[in-house]
Ligand binder design. Structure first.
Ligand SMILES: [Ca+2]
Length: 116
C-alpha cells in the first residue's frame, strides 16, 4: 500500500498544541470514524469514487493538502484499495485512519524529548 498524503501546516503543528486542548473522548472519536463512513457510503458497503472524494473533502480538508485536486484524491483512493475493486471498503478506510493516526503520533514524538 502506498499512500502519499501531504498534511497541512496547521495539522503538522499539532505537537505544539497543549495536549489537554486536543483531548476528545475516545469513544466519541471512534463513533465519529464509524458514522462518517456510514454516512458517506449511504447504505453501500464501500465508498465509490464520488463518496470517497466527498468524505475526504468534507472531513479531512483541514488536515490534508491537495484535497481540492481530484487527481490526488484518486491517487489516495488507489493506494487504499487493497483488493482493487475500485472502491474503498470500511477496512480499507480504517487503513487511512490508522495511517493518519500513526502520522500524528510520529509528529508528536518528534516534538517530544522523551527518552524513556
Ligand atoms: Ca477496495
Amino acid at each position: 500500500m502506498a499512500i502519499s498524503i501531504h498534511f497541512t501546516p496547521e495539522f503538522t503543528s499539532v505537537c505544539s498544541v497543549p495536549f489537554s486542548s486536543l483531548y476528545v473522548d475516545m469513544d466519541s472519536a471512534i463513533k465519529t470514524v464509524v458514522t462518517t463512513f456510514l454516512g458517506s457510503a449511504r447504505g453501500e458497503e464501500s465508498l465509490n469514487n464520488q463518496s470517497f472524494q466527498k468524505l475526504i473533502q468534507k472531513n479531512l480538508s483541514s488536515i490534508m493538502e491537495d484535497t481540492d485536486r481530484q487527481s490526488s484524491i484518486r491517487e489516495m483512493q488507489q493506494g487504499l484499495d487493497n483488493n482493487s475493486d475500485g472502491k474503498v471498503s470500511f477496512q480499507e478506510y480504517l487503513n487511512l485512519i490508522g495511517y493518519l493516526a500513526n502520522s500524528v503520533s510520529q509528529k508528536k514524538c518528534e516534538g517530544n524529548a522523551d527518552s524513556s
